[in-house]
Design a protein around this ligand. Structure first.
Ligand code: IPD
Length: 273
C-alpha cells in the first residue's frame, strides 16, 4: 500500500490528537481508590476501568475520523479494515505503573499496514506515544523522522551513537507468565555483568521511545504484543535505529531487540546464545 507524505502526515496528526485525548482522560478521570477491573493471562496481568475507558475513547474517535480503517486494541476492540490501514492501540501501556501511580505509562496509537493478525506481516506507518504525566508526546510517520513534543517544543530524535555494549544502558521488561519470567530472569542474569546497567521502566512503548531519544542505548524483551510494540517501533526506526526479532526477522512476540544497528546485533547475540 502506497501512502503519500500528506496522507502519512494526516495519520500521524490523528494518532497524536487521540493519544493526547485518551492520555488526559486516564489522568483527569482516574477514580479515587482505583482497583483491578479484571485479570487476563495471569493474576498479575491486569485491566483497570480506565484501560477500558481509554480504549473506548480511541475506538469511538477512530470510528468518527477513519471509519474504513481496522482496529486492534489491547482490551479487545477489533474490527477488520476496508482501507488497508489498521490502528493498533494500547490504551494504557504500563497498567501496573498506572495502578500504583508510578508516572511511567503511556497511550500508544499506531496506524499500520498489512495483516496485524500475522506476526511479521504488518508494519506501522504513523504513530504517537503519549505519557500524560510528563506530557511528552513521541510521534513519527514513515520517512518523516521521529519527534518529541514537550512543553510547546518539538525536538527531532536520534538513537544513541554508542557501539560498545559493555558501556550501554539497556532496557528490558518482563511478561506476566511465571514460567516465561524464569527464562527472562536467566537471560537477564547472563546479560547484567556485560552491560553498563539494566533498566526496567514498566512500559514497553516508553522503553522504545527512550531508545529513540537516546535515553536508553538499547532495549530487548520477549512476549510483546503488537499493541505494546507498534507505536514505539516506528518512533525508533524513524530515529535511525533498528527493531528486530530473532535472527534478523521482523520483531514479534518471540523477541524484540531495538537500538542502533551494532548494539542490536551484539545484544541479539548475547541474549539468544
Ligand atoms: C506491559 C508493559 C511492560 C512489558 C510487558 C507489557 P501493559 O504492557 O509494556 O513494560 O514488560 O511485557 O505487557 O500490560 O502494561 O499494557
Amino acid at each position: 500500500m502506497n501512502l503519500n507524505a500528506a496522507e502519512l502526515t494526516d495519520l500521524e496528526h490523528i494518532a497524536c490528537t487521540i493519544a493526547v485525548e485518551a492520555g488526559r482522560l486516564v489522568v483527569d478521570e482516574r477514580p479515587d481508590g482505583l482497583g483491578v477491573a479484571r485479570t487476563k493471562s495471569t493474576d498479575t496481568d491486569i485491566v483497570t476501568v480506565m484501560d477500558q475507558r481509554s480504549e473506548e475513547l480511541l475506538r469511538r474517535r477512530l470510528a468518527e475520523l477513519r471509519p474504513a480503517d481496522g482496529l486492534l486494541g489491547e482490551e479487545g476492540a477489533a474490527h477488520d479494515s476496508r482501507s488497508g490501514i489498521t490502528w493498533v492501540v494500547d490504551p494504557i501501556d504500563g497498567t501496573v505503573n498506572y495502578l500504583y501511580q508510578l508516572p511511567t505509562y503511556a497511550v500508544s496509537v499506531a496506524a499500520c499496514v498489512g495483516d496485524v493478525s500475522v506476526p511479521g506481516e504488518w508494519h506501522p506507518v504513523a504513530a504517537a506515544v503519549y505519557n500524560p504525566t510528563s506530557t511528552e508526546l513521541f510521534h513519527a510517520h514513515a520517512g518523516g523522522g521521529s519527534f518529541l513534543r514537550s512543553h510547546g517544543r518539538e525536538q527531532r530524535l536520534s538513537v544513541s551513537t554508542r557501539s560498545d555494549l559493555a558501556q550501554s544502558l539497556v532496557g528490558t521488561g518482563f511478561g506476566y507468565d511465571p514460567q516465561h519470567r524464569r527464562v527472562q530472569a536467566r537471560v537477564l542474569a547472563g546479560l547484567l555483568p556485560l552491560v553498563r546497567d539494566i533498566r526496567r521502566a514498566g512500559s514497553a512503548a516508553l522503553d522504545l521511545c527512550s531508545v529513540a531519544a537516546g535515553r536508553l542505548d538499547a532495549y530487548y524483551e520477549s512476549g510483546l504484543h503488537p499493541w505494546d510494540l507498534a507505536g514505539g517501533q516506528l518512533v525508533v526506526t524513524e530515529a535511525g535505529g533498528v527493531v528486530r526479532g530473532r535472527q534478523g526477522a521482523p520483531p514479534d512476540e518471540d523477541l524484540v531487540v531495538a537500538g542502533p544497528t551494532t548494539l542490536v546485533h551484539d545484544l541479539h547475540g548475547l541474549i539468544t546464545r
